[in-house]
Design a protein around this ligand. Structure first.
Ligand code: HEM
Length: 56
């Protein structure tokens, strides 16, 4: 398959961006749900929201 879009189908760059963003959005949703339940003493208490905000 070609790198760039053609008139009949999407290329690798578009597909990579499409699925990369989809993965990030679903990942952020799961990370968000998980991190709000972390207790005060969890080692992820600070890092998870930092990661969530950076990717978001
Ligand atoms: C499509 C999914 C999501 C995206 C793109 C996203 C994106 C973001 C972004 C950009 C921020 C930073 C906002 C700021 O600092 O002004 C943020 C913060 C936050 N998000 Fe999400 N989020 C998503 C889903 C969720 C879900 C499902 C939850 C929890 C149920 C959640 C909980 C939070 C919390 C608690 C913060 C604040 C963290 C802090 O300030 O320490 N997010 N999110």
């Amino acid at each position: 398959m070609q790198l760039r879009n053609s008139s009949s189908r999407y290329g690798w760059i578009s597909m990579f961006l499409h699925w990369g963003v989809a993965l990030a959005v679903f990942g952020l949703f799961a990370l968000g749900l998980w991190m709000v339940g972390l207790d005060y003493y969890s080692t992820w208490r600070k890092d998870a929201p930092d990661l969530h905000k950076s990717i978001g």
